[in-house]
Design a protein around this ligand. Structure first.
Ligand code: NAD
Ligand code: ZN
Ligand code: ZN
Length: 371
């Protein structure tokens, strides 16, 4: 259950910490997994959620020399040191300084359960930022739009990596499952990076229409018998050259699955992943950015082998991509990142907005809180 409560103000605990006063903080599809799977994902009562914050530096530890009080910063959702073996390879979501090998997990994340470090998150008035000598991105609000910059914390680098991990040639067709904030940004990035056609798949009219405006041909998967067949038909029987799963484990499947979900019977959590894999042409590439945290017993390895599908996945290595994305924001925001935000709401409305975002209420696509 999500509630808004008073907690103790965070303090500097390590010389590499900073404290920021949060000015804006995103709500993400990843937060919904915590609401749905809190017990299995080690969420504890009193945990502070949120991993997409920006704000103003209030105080820095003695080792944080690149920030000073008053700087405006966006905080990447993964906490990385910048200097270990993994960070040297720009695999920031696997940082060896903050990784959680006890639970066999990668780098610590803000507001993302005790599996990922149990670090308090940014849907709050103040945030303690560990590894602040490396993580926070300084932004100049005279040169970039504020709400576009906020998305450097997660949505922009995640979508950029999702597209990067399903390589395609200029003019190729990219199919994108899920048109939440991540899928929307994938549409814009795939077009920006030279896709000839982008096929956007979801079942909510407002999400389909936003993707259409971003340049996608759209399909309501609930209106067709088999969405993978439909993608194949749209691509001359071959399948899409690149496919992105921007749905994850809270996928909605068939009508029967939706009924099962309502009746609290385990649905097919892998509906989108199966469809994504089946939509890809022989020799094409699939990128999974939707989060999965469980075992999959019917992984179609035979099909993937036979079709020679390339497959990449994982949490975004945020700082690998934010330099170039900042330049795009500065350069007139051609991805229209700022235009993704549909709702800016006071933090007190968090319980209501979690609910409206989870229900995919009309027009509620990307929510940002103001503490
Ligand atoms: P969201 O919940 O708003 O979007 C998911 C969309 O998928 C919804 O619009 C939903 O209608 C659609 N959908 C559900 N079942 C579908 C199906 N079978 N076929 C097609 N579409 C379907 O969430 P979001 O904020 O856009 O995040 C999307 C996913 O990306 C989530 O799983 C989130 O956890 C994940 N994510 C991953 C990273 C990363 O670093 N890899 C970072 C951020 C978010
Ligand atoms: Zn997020
Ligand atoms: Zn590191």
């Amino acid at each position: 259950m999500v509630s808004v409560d008073d907690v103790d103000d965070p303090r500097i605990e390590e010389p590499t910490d900073a404290i920021i006063r949060v000015t804006a903080s995103g709500l993400c599809g990843s937060d919904l997994h915590l609401v749905d799977h809190g017990a299995t994902m080690a969420v504890k009562p009193g945990d502070v959620l949120g991993h997409e914050p920006m704000g103003v530096v209030e105080e820095v530890g003695s080792d944080v020399t690149r920030l000073k009080k008053g700087d405006t910063v966006v905080v990447p959702f993964n906490i990385s040191c910048g200097s270990c073996f993994m960070c040297a390879h720009e695999l920031y979501s696997q940082c060896e300084t903050t990784q959680n090998l006890g639970g066999r997990k990668g780098a610590s994340l803000f507001g993302y359960t005790h599996l990922y470090g149990g670090v308090d998150g940014g849907q709050a008035e103040f945030l303690r930022v560990p590894q602040a000598h490396f993580g926070p991105i300084k932004v100049d609000l005279d040169e970039v739009p504020e709400l576009g910059a906020l998305l450097l914390s997660d949505v922009l680098p995640t979508a950029w990596q999702a597209v990067d991990y399903a390589p395609f040639d200029h003019g190729d067709t990219v199919a994108i499952y899920g048109l939440g904030p991540i899928g929307q940004m994938c549409v814009s990035i795939a077009k920006h990076r030279g896709a000839g056609r982008v096929i956007g798949i979801d079942r909510f009219a407002d999400r389909l229409s936003m993707a259409e405006k971003r340049g996608a041909e759209v399909v309501d998967y609930s209106s067709v018998d088999d969405i993978a067949d439909c993608v194949r038909e749209m691509t001359g029987g071959r399948g899409a050259d690149a496919v992105i799963d921007a749905v994850g484990m809270d996928a909605d499947g068939s009508f029967a699955d939706r009924l099962f979900q309502t009746l609290k019977i385990q649905p097919d959590r892998f509906a989108a992943l199966h469809a994504a894999l089946a939509s890809c042409r022989r020799g094409g590439n699939v990128s999974v950015t939707g989060v999965y945290s469980m075992w999959m017993l019917n992984f179609p390895i035979g099909d993937l082998f036979d079709k020679q599908i390339g497959l990449r996945w994982g949490q975004a290595n945020v700082k690998r991509w934010t330099g170039g994305l900042y330049e795009l924001l500065k350069d007139g925001d051609p991805l229209d990142a700022a235009g993704l935000v549909t709702n800016v709401e006071p933090l007190e409305k968090a319980p209501e907005m979690y609910d409206r975002f989870k229900k995919k209420e009309d027009g509620v696509i990307k929510v940002v809180f103001r503490p």
